[in-house]
Ligand binder design. Structure first.
Ligand SMILES: Nc1ncnc2c1ncn2[C@@H]1O[C@H](COP(=O)(O)OP(=O)(O)OP(=O)(O)O)[C@@H](O)[C@H]1O
Ligand SMILES: [Mg+2]
Length: 414
């Protein structure tokens, strides 16, 4: 009651209004918060839920800051946030212009530059894969031919959605890999990393008073890594990840230290973590925002009862966030998987009715419809659709998600 009285009368700006941002708009509206939505697309679904709309690209930090300041002159904004959108710099610029809760602008730069981030990790002794700054195809050739049989990852420093993330070794043409990775980044700079073949994890933590709270960890499913090589394509994830308590503690520790190395001491931190051969968690990447892929909005709440979306809304508005909001209320299981039809024109999508009957079905979505072209899979947006299930145990959700995948057939004409 008290919290609602505080929140009423407050205005929250949400950067981006696409389909994955909608749950944040819904949550804020449920709490009686006035919402200002931004997007360059006037038809973005979140904007239909917003009280006010600013039409501006989420990637244009400068223009967003200008528009926000203009709005702020007649209508105070009390908080700014995003979800599932890699625009921490835009969020930080708006927040700093208005003196709102935020990470520093330096931290926002680090989390959008994989090289800068890794340099900070290594200078602070935070575990991460070996890496090198890459400026030419010759450098790639030197590293891979000097380490025959060893796998590396070449990627743009400012990529997202696995665009241009390539798993390479001495059998891959370095000229091709260099040009391919380069074409997907905005700034053109590349990073080469040692490929760590261990268990891949998705974490989402909230740092509060020096403690890292991670309500649920997903084991990311890379069973298709050989199929799509040299592209690295994830096929969903499973909560709970099969981890012992000491590894979970080590993960909280590395996330906390990794965030601190970037100057982040409070708020949301999303981690891509890999466990190395010695059982140590290494950071592939940290993001200073709520995750995409329905992890923060669906999977974590279903598995633990914790809503990190609610926590971030409160935190962005300068409201108190308490440990009890971040500690799991229960331990259930979820799984998400994707469909990967062959390339071609989609003739028929069959089995949706059967899919709806799957026990524990949490949500599903198809990114394409009949008549659309299914592209070759080279990045995450190329996947056809997703399905998420819940259950009591890992075993149960793995069975259910397989049934769900098998219930749908996507017929494609090459
Ligand atoms: N050095 C590495 N060792 C093992 N796996 C890696 C490594 N680098 C990247 N990967 C895998 O490839 C994925 C995509 O890489 P990365 O996160 O750097 O790119 P991205 O474009 O930001 O992708 P996303 O938006 O999915 O996070 C990682 O989440 C991880 O699963
Ligand atoms: Mg990433």
């Amino acid at each position: 009651m008290l919290m609602e009285a505080c929140i009423l009368g407050k205005t929250l700006m949400i950067i981006g209004a696409g389909v994955e941002q909608v749950p944040a708009y819904e949550a804020a509206k449920r709490r009686g918060i006035t919402v200002v939505g931004t997007d360059m697309n006037a038809d973005a679904p979140g904007l239909a839920l917003a009280d006010h709309t600013l039409l501006v690209s989420t990637r244009d930090a400068c223009a967003t800051e200008q528009k926000a300041l203009e709005f702020h002159r007649t209508h105070s904004i009390h908080g700014v946030m995003t979800i599932a959108n890699d625009v921490p710099y835009t969020v930080a610029r708006v927040a700093h212009a208005m003196g709102l809760p935020s990470i520093t602008l330096d931290a926002a730069k680090c989390v959008t530059d994989k090289l800068l981030m890794k340099q900070r990790f290594s200078s602070h002794g935070v575990g991460c894969p070996w890496f090198a700054d890459i400026e030419s195809a010759d450098q790639v050739r030197e590293y891979v031919t000097g380490n025959i049989g060893k796998d590396f990852v070449l990627k743009p420093v400012d990529g997202r959605g696995a665009r241009g993330v390539l798993l390479i070794n001495d059998t891959v043409d370095p000229e091709w890999a260099f040009a391919e990775a380069k074409r997907w980044g905005d700034c053109g700079r590349l990073i080469l990393e040692e490929f760590i073949p261990g268990m891949q994890l998705s974490t989402e933590s909230f740092i509060l008073d020096g403690t890292c709270y991670t309500p649920a960890i997903a084991e990311r499913n890379y069973s298709r890594i050989q199929q799509f090589r040299p592209n690295i394509i994830e096929d969903g994830g499973t909560i709970p990840a099969p981890l012992d308590d000491s590894t979970k503690k080590a993960i909280d520790d590395v996330v906390l230290r990794g965030a601190a190395a970037l100057g982040i001491t409070a708020g949301i931190v999303k981690g891509d973590i890999v466990i190395d051969h010695a059982g140590r968690p290494l950071i592939i990447e940290l993001a200073a925002r709520l995750s995409g892929g329905w992890f923060a909005t669906h999977q974590i709440p279903a598995a633990s009862g914790v809503s990190l979306v609610e926590a971030v809304i409160s935190y962005s508005l300068g409201e108190e966030v308490t440990p009890s909001q971040l500690i799991p209320q229960y331990h259930r299981a979820t799984a998400i998987r994707y469909w990967f039809p062959p390339q071609g024109t989609i003739k028929r999508i069959a089995g949706e009715e059967k899919l709806k009957e799957i026990e524990g079905l949490l949500a599903y979505g198809f990114f394409r419809k009949e008549g659309d072209v299914q592209p070759e899979i080279r990045m995450h947006p190329d996947r056809f659709g997703y399905v998420m299930v819940t259950g009591e145990t890992r075993g149960e959700v793995l069975t259910r998600v397989d049934q769900a995948l098998n219930s749908v057939q996507v017929e494609v004409a090459p």
